[in-house]
Ligand binder design. Structure first.
Ligand code: FAD
Length: 289
């Protein structure tokens, strides 16, 4: 099918894009890589009367150090995130997960900002953003505000962005000595959307695990943190990883769809959490993040 009729704008600046959003309200949609929006328009699941293309706006694609974080422009393509030396060195969890999104053609067009704004609960980037407590910078007519990942994702395909706001930048923490991470997902075949994905970041000091963050995608209406499992990791010296991984099952809501039942998800979550914990611990204790 072809999309319904729409008017198309190509703003050259962020302020012009925001002005267009404000002028057209709910009728308008931003276009980034088009890898989610265009298929939805072709299927007529989305029928925006106005399309505001961000691809000609200057200065929205970059990856650069920002104090104890790495700042990434919203229009940075998945393949740039996956291939960035800076991210591989300072936040390998994000770049590794970006390399698992779809296929090369998807990764060359799709953007980090588009994936976060689209807020598909099975997507890799929202899961990693939740795990790392990423900061998301939104710009609207009233100026700029920073939204924590925990508040950003609200429910299926719904975020805290106001209709007249543009996601401009994403900031992730620098991971260094003592940090470790792991990312595992299950998918029917390589390149497919994940059924379940798990991201882990932890920090060790000496023998002790002092911080654990476990993010899970595909088990609820948004990416979630496995709070009980995170606490169990910090409960003492003799942590039983199998038991910790088992605690993560508490995150699984009754999500059954054509891809998998809730029962399948309850079985696969502890397996993926355990694998990600093992990787993260080995990395943290080996002194490499
Ligand atoms: P678009 O499709 O252009 O936009 C998506 C939504 O976000 C729209 O509502 C748009 O208005 C809004 N938006 C975009 N940018 C901004 C912004 N800066 N501020 C505010 N709102 C904005 N994704 C995965 O995570 N994992 C996969 O395995 C995967 N596999 C795929 C396989 C196929 C065959 C296809 C077609 C897509 C796949 N995707 C997958 C989706 C892909 O990652 C998309 O790139 C991503 O979901 C959306 O990014 P985009 O830049 O294409 O955004």
């Amino acid at each position: 099918m072809k999309p319904a009729r729409f008017d198309y704008y190509t703003p050259r600046s962020l302020s012009e894009a925001i002005e267009l959003l404000g002028r057209h309200g709910d009728e308008a949609k931003l276009l980034a890589g088009g890898q989610s929006l265009v298929p939805m328009m072709n299927l007529r699941l989305a029928q925006p009367a106005i399309l505001i293309d961000l691809n000609h706006v200057e200065g929205l694609a970059y990856i650069r150090p920002d104090h104890d974080r790495v700042a990434i422009g919203a229009m940075t393509r998945h393949h740039e995130v996956a291939g960035s030396d800076l991210l591989r060195e300072r936040c390998g969890l994000l770049s590794t997960a970006a390399g698992l999104i779809g296929y090369p053609a998807i990764r060359h067009r799709g953007t980090l900002g588009g994936s976060l704004a689209h807020a598909d609960p099975v997507s890799e980037m929202p899961c990693v953003a939740m795990t790392l407590d990423a900061e998301l910078v939104a710009v609207g007519p009233a100026g700029e505000r920073v939204i924590g990942a925990g508040e950003f994702f609200q429910t299926y395909f719904t975020t805290a962005l106001a209709p007249d706001e543009v996601l401009r930048e994403v900031r992730v923490p620098v991971l260094g000595a003592g940090d470790g991470w792991g990312f595992h997902e299950s998918a029917r075949k390589t390149g497919d959307f994940a059924t379940v994905a798990v991201a882990v970041h932890l920090r060790v000091t000496g023998d002790a695990v002092v911080t654990t963050r476990i993010g899970i995608a595909g088990v609820a209406d948004r990416p979630v943190r496995a709070g009980a499992a995170e606490s169990a990791m910090s409960s003492g010296d003799d942590v039983n990883l199998e038991e910790v991984a088992g605690q993560a099952v508490a995150t699984v809501e009754e999500v059954s769809d054509i891809h998998a039942s809730a029962e399948y998800r309850r079985r696969v979550v502890p397996v993926l959490v355990r694998r990600a914990l093992d990787d993260a611990l080995a990395m943290a204790r080996g002194g490499r993040a």
